[in-house]
Design a protein around this ligand. Sequence first.
Ligand code: EPU
Length: 423
Amino acid sequence: MSTRVRGGKYVVHGGAVLRGRVVISGAKNHALAAMCAALLTNEDVILENVPDISDVDSLSALLVSLGAEVGRLPNGALRLNCRNVSMFEAPTELISENRASFQVMGPLLARHGYAASAPPGGDVIGQRPIDVHLSGFEEMGASVTRDGERFVARAPHGLHGTRVFMDYPSVSGTQNVMMAATLAKGRTTIVNAATEPEVQELALLMNAMGARIHGLGSQMLEIDGVDALHGTTSRIMPDRIETGTFAIAAVMTGGDLVIEDAPAGVLDALLNKLRGAGASITEDGDRLRVWREGPIRSISFQALPYPGLATDLHAPMAALLTQATGVSIIHERVFDNRMLYVSELRKMGAEIVSTGSSAIVSGPTPLHGTRVRALDVRAGAAVLLAALVAQGTTIIDDVYHLDRGYERLTEKLHGLGVEVERN
Ligand code: EPU
């Protein structure tokens, strides 16, 4: 597994028109949850198409610290075996690396009756509470206490099925409670469940492991607990946010991209907005062709839970709209601090004002290269997109944030005609 260091910078030479073919990698947020699900069984879970990104590295390190075996097979698939897991306390320094790490709690609690962890890390894009995870565990019979910074969940006699209402349809909260419920006694009903594709894919994976989850894709999940789960081999879905990022790059640069292995069926909101902004898009199974000939038009959007436009595409879309004619209005409805990209795009000449969770973008504005930072993974994607159309050279610091979610990014960009170096 590769090791990536904090910091790192990209030097991007502006003016590229992206052309060619790019193949989308496995989805970060499906892969991370699927890796946690391996804790639910003694048998091998083989995950194909797991991206080589630093969030996968840090979650692998966490699982290994619990006693799991995690490694790549010769064919590139990730093999996980949790037969020897004997530590039920997630080390804080590893938990703080990413958000998904807290999802070891549900499986550990369900299988071993005990789990402890500090709150998770991840991007600083809002308060990111975990109350729905914890109240779900409590409703299923666990006691949850606070020991210093750690949450300690205990269910010495096992979890039992019940009706769990999610105060907010949290993605990782739904995944955590759903994983715990697979081994609970009786039926758990999750009301107001998140419907994101990564939640559905996790349910499909666990059903392949012997779980009995019904209502996939709906806001009401019913899970009939079973005594044990078994191993399986499963393929991670392609990353819808990476797909979106490349699609936006094609539109922004006036390029023409064929995007292979794209999950077009879960990108309605994005494709609809891009067409509104002037993109031409054809869909052929898992292949998208995205190009633009005319000017970019201003559009307004809200970032919403699925099937609305993904909050993870908010910042990349804002970068695009700096090049649109007219005024675009953006409302962020998922996280309360998604605006980190605004200051960086302004340094490049963008006309954006933000207030609270809304932004107003006026365009088109010529952007110029300067020194900016990738402040989180998606804010990093936004400045990278801006750098593609900027005049001159942009230096992007802290690109380790991009390593968290984008596999082989510079290599893919080179293949599409972008001049970018990492140093
Ligand atoms: N929320 C609560 N209570 C909770 C949990 C969440 O009120 O107990 C609220 C949050 O405050 C936030 C909203 O729910 O306003 C959404 O949070 P959610 O829990 O759904 O997000 P998450 O599970 O922490 C995952 C992805 C994010 C993605 C969001 C929304 C993973 C590891 N992360 O986060 O991905 O933005 O869902 O789709 O699955 C990224 O990939 O860059 C990324 C941040």
